[in-house]
Design a protein around this ligand. Structure first.
Ligand code: MIC
Ligand code: SF4
Length: 644
């Protein structure tokens, strides 16, 4: 039987398990990446493992999230990461060099290799045929130490692309269409592979927009073939030698298949507050726009920003609109500066931001109260922009740019003749903002620079015989990690300070939750479908751990968050019967009798609602390895146990 592209890469990297759907497989990881908002924690965890030098082919530490230096915290974390990188054989991309996923695609990604990153949009690398996955920081630390990365063998979903995009319709509209068809949980447990004649009409940056935002489907990852277009891209990056051809076998078997006819697509928008709340621009109507933000790891490539510049050229941003633009990388920024496109953008009145995540993660540029903000980003979760009632719409760069001029949501097709921007034959290559790791001889002399904001991460203890806890929080479906552990300019600088962060846990939906945890002690969170969707931040597990959360009982989980809970030693449980969700109320007294034995034996779990006097059957979503990990009190304890 033939193999899909992902199955070929998995087969070449599998160190344990079987390639049957649902089996726990261990993969050898070739490359890792971290960013600074998750990196400090990941490197503290790496240090705790006592491995002197990373064992991967390439590990890169990026500084791109926490670049608003409103106090000493971020700058201290940057210095810490820089020194750790130097000492342990990690490449270091300095602040200003760009967003991790954009830079990794340009300079480091290699078709056919495995990559995990402590950021959920790591699948951007799928745009050049990498098997690239988001993971918790602890999993990345283990991979840097040479350990495998474990996933449940995913199903294969083929997205068959037919036809060709019409003028002014873009890659963003393709992934928005897929999100409309599949929803934010439609990709859970699946790898999304793009195939069909439409593939060859898409450039690498367009493919990367699609695989990047595949994270919003909840997919394990997304991947494109590596073909002549990939080769031309790598050649233009001076990396032709990194290219290999990769395609699925003609008789490869997919578990599911959908078709998107590119010729029929029209410009779309994801409406507040979910990336799958997708409508056509005509259905949304010409709503008044207060803000437009162009950038993020989804849509800030050279081609994206050249199209934006062409639309803005000779025009002025509407007087009622604030337009901000953040180029994805120094390479992009520099090329725009050299060819004059930056001058067109500046002349039109755009506010140019540094090459970083910026407004995408609420680091500045929060919109006005109830303001409508069009963004080329990938997430529009409630409150993520930093304005609680902000109305965020996700659109293509073309839609964003034309709407910035008209002041209302505008279909770019009204612009008439399309702009045609050719793919450059060579990109401007200057890696002077990436530092190579120290040589083996010199690394011992490197001093690690630790600022006062870096606090110990919380420790967990082995699983108790019986858990007695209160249901201190009950939430609904599609709870994001931005609900569990919000980010934004006021909180993000404290990513290495769990005690401080804990004051903001669930503050988007229930500001009293941390206080209740302090008052009542051990707790269980009850939730609905797709709990923990969104980012890879392990803080969404470490902070609840710090607050005394022992288990999370939900209808279903998002992949990375579920793994992060187990890594932290918190029990991820699902209802056997979803209707039991309605039987538990917030503040009920709960008990998990004989839980340690149940996990040891891999048996069913009983959740006793003492207040209601009922037993509710549940199941632990854990592989054998994860069960051992939870019994030991999390991955760090487990690794220590394994190492004697
Ligand atoms: C995000 O887009 O939500 C982030 C910020 O990049 C996160 C990582 C983090 O929370 O630091 C992600 O996507 O994993
Ligand atoms: Fe940064 Fe936004 Fe991309 Fe996350 S989604 S990596 S915050 S640009």
């Amino acid at each position: 039987m033939g193999l899909t592209i992902a199955q070929k890469i998995i087969k070449a990297h599998m160190v344990s398990g079987e390639m049957t759907v649902g089996s726990d497989i261990g993969l050898k990881i070739d490359q890792t990446l971290t960013q600074d908002a998750t990196g400090t924690m990941a490197y503290l965890e790496f240090e705790a493992m006592g491995v002197p030098r990373v064992k991967t082919e390439k590990s890169v530490a990026y500084i791109d999230h926490n670049t608003l230096q409103t106090g000493f915290e971020n700058a201290d974390d940057h210095r810490f990461i820089q020194s750790v990188a130097k000492k342990h054989g990690i490449w270091y991309s300095r602040p200003g060099n760009g967003i991790c996923h954009q830079v990794h695609l340009e300079r480091f990604g290699i078709p056919g290799k495995t990559l995990i990153g402590s950021d959920s949009h790591t699948p951007t690398g799928g745009g050049i045929g990498m098997l690239a996955m988001g993971a918790g920081g602890l999993d990345v630390a283990v991979a840097m130490g040479g350990g495998p990365y474990y996933i449940s063998m995913p199903k294969m979903l083929r997205v068959n692309l037919t036809g060709k995009l019409r003028p002014w319709v873009s890659a963003k509209d393709i992934i928005l269409k897929v999100l409309q068809m599949l929803s934010v949980k439609g990709g859970v447990g699946k790898i999304v592979e793009y195939a069909g004649e439409g593939v060859k009409t898409l450039t690498v940056p367009e493919r990367a927009t699609i695989t990047n935002m595949g994270a919003e489907l909840g997919a394990t990852t997304s991947i494109f073939p590596s073909d002549e277009i990939t080769k031309a891209f790598l050649k233009a990056q001076g990396r032709e030698k990194d290219w290999i051809e990769l395609s699925s076998d003609p008789d490869a078997v997919y578990d599911e298949e959908i078709t998107v006819n590119l010729s029929e697509l029209e410009p779309l928008a994801a409406c507040p507050h979910s990336p799958d709340n997708v409508k056509s621009l005509s259905d949304v109507g010409p709503i008044k726009v207060d803000q437009v933000c162009i950038g993020s790891c989804t849509n800030s490539s050279y081609l994206d920003l050249m199209r934006v510049a062409a639309i803005l050229k000779g025009k002025t941003v509407h007087p009622d609109v604030s337009l901000s633009i953040a180029p994805g990388s120094k390479q992009v920024y520099n090329m725009l500066a050299k060819n004059g496109a930056l001058a067109d953008i500046i002349a039109a009145g755009a506010r140019i931001l540094e090459c970083a995540c910026g407004p995408c993660i609420g680091m500045g540029q929060s919109p006005n109260s109830a303001g409508v903000s069009l963004r080329t980003f990938n997430r529009n979760f409630e409150g993520r922009s930093g304005t609680a009632d902000g109305q965020i719409y996700l659109v293509s760069p073309e839609t964003a740019a034309v709407s910035a001029i008209t002041g209302v949501l505008t279909d770019p097709r009204t612009l008439g003749e399309p702009v045609s921007i050719p793919m450059p034959e060579s990109f401007l290559i200057n890696d002077n903002m990436v530092s190579a790791p120290e040589t083996a001889e010199k690394m011992d002399t490197v001093e690690i620079l630790r600022g006062p904001n870096i606090k110990e991460f919380p420790s967990s203890s082995p699983l108790q015989e019986t858990i007695t806890a209160k249901a201190l929080l009950k939430v609904g479906d599609n709870i994001t990690t931005d609900h569990i552990m919000p980010a934004g300019a006021k909180i993000l600088p404290f990513r290495s300070n769990i005690p401080y962060l804990s004051n903001f846990c669930f503050s988007v939906c229930d500001t009293e939750f941390p206080a209740r945890c302090k008052e009542y002690g051990p707790s269980i969170i009850v939730g609905g479908q797709n709990y923990g969707q969104g980012s890879s931040r392990e803080h969404a597990a470490l902070v609840p751990l710090y607050l005394g959360v022992k288990a999370v009982l939900v209808k279903s989980f998002a992949r990375i968050h579920c793994a992060n809970l187990a890594n932290a030693g918190i029990l991820p449980l699902v209802f056997k019967n979803e209707e039991d969700y309605s039987k538990i109320d917030q503040m009920d007294d709960l008990e998990l009798p004989g839980i340690r034995k149940a996990i040891e034996e891999g048996g069913d779990v009983i959740v006793r609602d003492v207040t209601k006097g009922i037993d509710i059957p549940a199941e632990a979503i854990l592989s054998k390895r994860q069960r051992e990990m939870v019994l030991a009190g999390g991955l760090l304890n487990y690794t220590r146990e394994q190492n004697g």
